[in-house]
Design a protein around this ligand. Sequence first.
Ligand code: AMP
Length: 227
Amino acid sequence: MRIVLLGAPGSGKGTQSQLLVEAYRVPQISTGDLLREAVARRTDLGVRAKAAMDQGRLVDDAIVLEMIRERLARPDTATGFILDGFPRNIPQAVALEKLLADLGQPLDAVVLMNLDLGVLFKRLTGRRTCADCGRVFNILTSPPGTPPHCTRCDDHPTLVQRPDDCESVIGKRLEVYEAQTKPLIQHYSDNGLLRVVEADAEIASVFRELHRVIDAAVERNRRARAG
Ligand code: AMP
């Protein structure tokens, strides 16, 4: 199953991707995670990407596309993948289509995680990540304990806030989403791949709906291929 999770920052793409990885046993490919890793390791690519990320802008398409090309060439994507945070604009979507056509691996669906702007703001300002296992919490909507700590890791490492989740950068990221990423909704609606899931609900119920929508799309494509 090959899907794209589309949605504004804070719509739950990362959280739902982690659940989908367990359910479908395919890798999650998050350009945000790959970029943060490159920044942390201070690679050439990370150094070039850092300024844009700190300011909430998109990193150059060329950098992100190179990263995606390399990632999709790894053998673990043979049974499918979940793209999380990519594509983020029309040129990236066009490049992805070409890349997947060359690989003979077309997308099954693009699922939009639909959420109100006000809710997004609250989700982003409250978001904290476990520095150890990467699990995501929200100290405003589901307090993980006092002081905030990871409920999964035995030694309860402290939760950290992503530098671009501060209020000044969040505004910019939502602006970038509106201007550059939102046009993808029309793009994928026009080519018949778009599915929509309402994301303002409990994690488990959003997941159930996501699962249903993805299964239906994969089955439909399987039948179409079988003729
Ligand atoms: P995310 O974790 O998906 O919210 O991404 C964090 C930051 O990484 C974004 O604000 C961008 O600066 C950068 N980024 C992630 N994915 C992309 C992409 N597909 N294209 C350009 N920049 C990206």
